[in-house]
Design a protein around this ligand. Structure first.
Ligand code: AMP
Length: 571
C-alpha cells in the first residue's frame, strides 16, 4: 500500500492543499481507493464516516474536473444537508489550488442562491437527492458534461427513502461516466443499484482480521465536535494522568490543541511530522523525564516510539482505522502496568467506534463526562492522599516547629487549611472551591447537541413510517417549519428525529395527541447516547410503550400529510 499521498499520483496543487490541512499520510481507505479512481475505474468503498472517505472520492474527482470548463462536471449525492455542506467544504479546501468551484445544493436553502451558483459556472455540485432532482427538472442543472458521480453514504440514502430518486438521477447522467459509491454497510438494494449503474466496480473494504489489544481499560465519551476541548480538559482534570499521550488526526490539530491546553495551564508539547529531529528529541526527552505531563501527537509522529510509563492514551480524534487504534493504545499499560485508553467520539463517528470494537475484539465502555463536582472531589481525594503520604514519609521537623509556634495564637485546623490554600495558588486549577453535586450539570449536557435534541419514536419502518411522514406530522401538528427538523433515523420498529431545542416541548405536547400512520405513538427525548445501545445492537423487539407513563386519552389521527416539496430538512 502507498505510504504517501505523492505515490498516489496526485498533482502538486492537490498535494499542497492536503499538506496545508495537516494530513501526513493517506488513511487505509484512501490508500486503497485513490489509485483505482485515478485510473478511471468505478469503486465501491465500504467505509464509515471518520475513515477519511471524503478525501478518498474527492481528491480523484477534483483531479478529473477541468478548471477551464465552466460546466458541472461532477456530482456528489449525500443523504442530509449537513453532510452535503460538510463534503462541499472539504472539496472546496482540497480543490483550492486548482481553482475549482464547488456548490452545495439542498432543500431548505433558498433556491435562488443555488440558481445563481449554477449559472456562475459551478463545476462540482454536492447535493441531497430531492434538491438535485428539482434542479434537473427545472433545467437549471445541465448534466451533459458530468463525468464523475459519487453516492456518499448510500445506505443512509436508502434508509431515508431516496433510492428511487437516486436511480432517476443516475438515468439522467451520461452513461460514459465514472461512479464511486461509498457506504458503511452493503444491503441488497445497494448492491443491486451498484450492479445496475456501475461498470465492473472494484469493492474496497477496510475490514481486516481480528486485531488483538492489550488489556488496557478502554472507555469512550460522546461529545459534540465543538465540545471536544472542554471535554478533554475535564477528563484530564478528573483522571490526573501521570503521563498522557493525546492523539490528533492532523499535525495542524496537534499544534492547535497543544496551544489551547498550554493556554489552560497544562504542561504539554506537540510531536508531529513538521518538527526537526533535534526538536523531536528534545520533546521526547522532556516527556520521558517527566517534565512534560502531556504529549500531543499524530500517528505518524508517534510511529515506532517506545515510551515507558504512559498512564493514559487519549484519542482526541478517533483514529481513522482499527489498526491505528490498536497501535495507539498499545502505548499504555506496558510492562505489566495498568493503563487507560480514552476516546472522544462525535455522533457521526459512532459507527467507526463500533467497527473498532468489532475488529479489535475490545470492549470500549461508554462514560459520562465528569462534572465539576466530580473533578473537585477527585482533587480533594488526591490532595488527601498526598498529605497522608507526606506525613508517612516524615522528616517534617522545621515545619512542625513553625506550626507549633503558630498554634499558640491560631487554631491548628485553620493553620493547616491556610497552608493548603497557599499551596493551591501554585496549582493550575487555582483555589479549591466547594461544588454542590446536586446543582451540577455535566461538563457537556448530552441532551442537546448543537441546539438539536434527539427524540425517540416507538414506530419505525415496519409500521410503514417514512421520513416524510415524520416531517409532515411534526410540521402539521406542532406547527413548526419542516426545514427546522434535523436528521431522521428510521429503524424497523422505532425512529429518531432531531428537533431544535426550543421546539421540543411543543412537539412532545402536540405528538401526544396524535397518531402516526394509524399507530398510537410515543415521542420522548431519546436516552442520551452514552447509555444507549450501539446502533447495530439496538433491540429488534418493540420497546415497551409508555414505560410507566400514565395512560392517555384516545388520540385523534393526525391530519393527512403530503410529502413536503423538496423534503424540507433533507433535500
Ligand atoms: P471523513 O471520514 O471523510 O469524514 O474524514 C474524517 C476526518 O479525517 C476529517 O476530519 C478529515 O479532515 C480527516 N482526514 C481525512 N483524511 C485524512 C488523512 N489522510 N490524515 C489525517 N486526517 C484525515
Amino acid at each position: 500500500m502507498p505510504d504517501t499521498f505523492a505515490e498516489l499520483g496526485l498533482s502538486e496543487p492537490i498535494l499542497k492543499a492536503i499538506s496545508d490541512l495537516g494530513y501526513e499520510a493517506p488513511t487505509p481507505i484512501q490508500a486503497q481507493t485513490i489509485g483505482l479512481l485515478m485510473q478511471g475505474g468505478d469503486v465501491i468503498g465500504q467505509a464509515q464516516t471518520g475513515t477519511g472517505k471524503t478525501a478518498a472520492f474527492a481528491l480523484p474527482m477534483l483531479e478529473r474536473v477541468d478548471p477551464a470548463l465552466r460546466q458541472v462536471q461532477a456530482i456528489v449525492l449525500a443523504p442530509t444537508r449537513e453532510l452535503a455542506v460538510q463534503v462541499a467544504e472539504a472539496c472546496h479546501k482540497y480543490g483550492r489550488y486548482r481553482g475549482i468551484s464547488v456548490l452545495p445544493v439542498y432543500g431548505g436553502q433558498p433556491i435562488d442562491r443555488q440558481l445563481r451558483g449554477l449559472r456562475q459556472g459551478a463545476q462540482v455540485v454536492i447535493g441531497t437527492p430531492g434538491r438535485v432532482m428539482d434542479h434537473i427538472r427545472r433545467g437549471s442543472l445541465d448534466l451533459s458534461h458530468v463525468c464523475y458521480v459519487v453516492l456518499d453514504e448510500a445506505d443512509e440514502m436508502l434508509d431515508m427513502g431516496f433510492i428511487e430518486d437516486i436511480e432517476w438521477i443516475l438515468q439522467h447522467v451520461p452513461a460514459d461516466r465514472q461512479t464511486a459509491l461509498f457506504s458503511a454497510t452493503m444491503p441488497q438494494p445497494i448492491r443491486a443499484l451498484a450492479q445496475k449503474y456501475m461498470r465492473d466496480p472494484v469493492t474496497v473494504s477496510i475490514e481486516r482480521e481480528q486485531l488483538t489489544v492489550p488489556t488496557t481499560e478502554q472507555t469512550y465519551y460522546d461529545v459534540a465536535p465543538s465540545a471536544k476541548l472542554n471535554a478533554v480538559s475535564a477528563i484530564l482534570d478528573h483522571e490526573m494522568p501521570g503521563a498522557a499521550i493525546i492523539f490528533t488526526r492532523t499535525k495542524l490539530a496537534a499544534s492547535e490543541l497543544t496551544e489551547s491546553l498550554s493556554g489552560r495551564g497544562y504542561s504539554v508539547d506537540a510531536l508531529h511530522g513538521d518538527l526537526s529531529q533535534a526538536a523531536r528529541d528534545s520533546v521526547m526527552r522532556r516527556f520521558r523525564d517527566g517534565q512534560l505531563e502531556i504529549l500531543v501527537a499524530t500517528d505518524v509522529a508517534a510511529r515506532g516510539l517506545d515510551i515507558e510509563n504512559v498512564s493514559h492514551v487519549i484519542n482526541y480524534d478517533i483514529p481513522n482505522d482499527p489498526e491505528a487504534y490498536v497501535h495507539r493504545i498499545g502505548r499504555t499499560g506496558r510492562a505489566g502496568r495498568t493503563g487507560a485508553a480514552i476516546t472522544l467520539v462525535t455522533p457521526r463517528e459512532r459507527r467507526l467506534l463500533k467497527d473498532i470494537e468489532r475488529m479489535s475484539g475490545a470492549r470500549i465502555r461508554p462514560m459520562k463526562l465528569p462534572t465539576r463536582a466530580d473533578v473537585a472531589a477527585r482533587r480533594v481525594e488526591a490532595l488527601k492522599t498526598s498529605i497522608r503520604d507526606r506525613v508517612q514519609q516524615g522528616d517534617l521537623e522545621p515545619y512542625l516547629v513553625l506550626v507549633q509556634g503558630l498554634g499558640e495564637e491560631l487554631d491548628l485546623a485553620e493553620v493547616a487549611a491556610a497552608a493548603l490554600s497557599l499551596a493551591a495558588t501554585a496549582d493550575r486549577r487555582g483555589p479549591l472551591v466547594m461544588v454542590e453535586p446536586e446543582e451540577e450539570t455535566p461538563a457537556e449536557t448530552p441532551k442537546s447537541v448543537n441546539g438539536m435534541v434527539r427524540l425517540f419514536i416507538d414506530a419505525g419502518r415496519k409500521d410503514g413510517v417514512r421520513p416524510a411522514d415524520i416531517v409532515g406530522a411534526i410540521a402539521n401538528e406542532a406547527s413548526i417549519p419542516g426545514r427546522a427538523i434535523g436528521a431522521i433515523d428510521i429503524y424497523d420498529r422505532f425512529s429518531f428525529v432531531e428537533i431544535p431545542e426550543r421546539y421540543v416541548d411543543d412537539v412532545l405536547a402536540a405528538m401526544s395527541r396524535t397518531t402516526l400512520k394509524g399507530h398510537d405513538v410515543t415521542f420522548k427525548v431519546a436516552i442520551p447516547r452514552e447509555s444507549q445501545a450501539p446502533r447495530e445492537d439496538l433491540p429488534r423487539r418493540r420497546p415497551p410503550r409508555d414505560s410507566g407513563a400514565p395512560s392517555r386519552p384516545a388520540r385523534r389521527p393526525m391530519r393527512p400529510t403530503h410529502r413536503p416539496p423538496g423534503r424540507p430538512g433533507r433535500g
